[in-house]
Design a protein around this ligand. Sequence first.
Ligand code: 3PG
Length: 398
Amino acid sequence: ADISSLGDLRGKRVLVRSDLNVPLDGTTITDDGRIRASVPTITALSEAGARVVVCAHLGRPKGEPEAKYSLRPVSTRLAELLGRPVTFADDTVGPSARAAVQAMADGDVVLLENLRFNAGETAKADEDRAAFADDLASLADAFVSDGFGVVHRKQASVYDVATRLPSAMGGLVHDEVEVLKRLTENPERPYVVVLGGAKVADKLAVIDNLMGTADRLLIGGGMLFTFLAAQGHEIGTSLFDADSVEACKGYLARAQESGVEIVLPVDIVVGKEFSADTATDVVDADAIPADAMGLDIGPRSAELYASRLADARTVFWNGPMGAFEMEPFAAGTEALARALVAATEAGALTVVGGGDSAAAVRQLGFRDEQFGHISTGGGASLEYLEGKSLPGITILSD
Ligand code: 3PG
């Protein structure tokens, strides 16, 4: 159900779960994409006369307050982007939050302090989240779930509050799901998926599922070295996950049988150590020296990947190709982003999934409009593509 199902909102207190988990350098927000993405729903509720109580998390504090994870800097940025004041509550469900909500007029916006300063938010057992969920729900008359990046979490503010208040799906979650449906339900082909990032273990389930739906899988980032190892190559001191080698071997074998094309790099940019000023070299992917660390895909690989994207009709990309945050290792990710932009211009549906990948393309100077869709959810979009049911979405349809 969408927000209209909540009826006349004037004077109603509406709790909105947003995903405002942005990268911070001290108290400076380095990518405000998620805050921007949360603005339309908050604005719509405020303009409808609701008293909008926004709740969100930042980072992974351990259930108690920690100054470096305060949402206060986010509150300032949110107010700028909304073009209206935001009252920041110093706690989540305590005296400060209750006083702030009590003092609201119609259309006002309050942001509660980090949900994860409360152990009840992320507790595994349902009964351990109950009291916190009760407290959160007591601050509002209705609930709007708009944090797409957290819908895969069974947490108090995502799942349990929806069992306690009349609830609706916000526009951001709705739009994200609509795009992801186009990838999973009968995608236009060729359907090409580009997977990067450091940890292959995080991607095994999605690779497994994509073996049945995608036409091509292009592999980059730290996870590629476990694939190279699975092919029997020397990978030097590169990232490597011994526990995933067998799984990677299995995917390579299955790809042969099923006709899914798994594309691995043909050359690698290596360094001596994980540092921006290490001496670099470009080597063949099957000839990484024993004392070298792979930190990006090489230029021939970048060309190969661009050529495997040129005729794509549907593209999903998650995870950088290399250690792009260091200038000498950014070229692979940049080339991949350029190839996606070209595919978009050629009429393909291109989706960039994940906070990190989105931040990467923006940091490299690309604009959101150059891609079909930039998802605010990393883990959430991957779990959707894995075919898992997402607790934050199922609870809304129940
Ligand atoms: C994200 O950054 O992917 C979301 O905000 C979820 O954060 P989490 O992985 O800490 O639950």
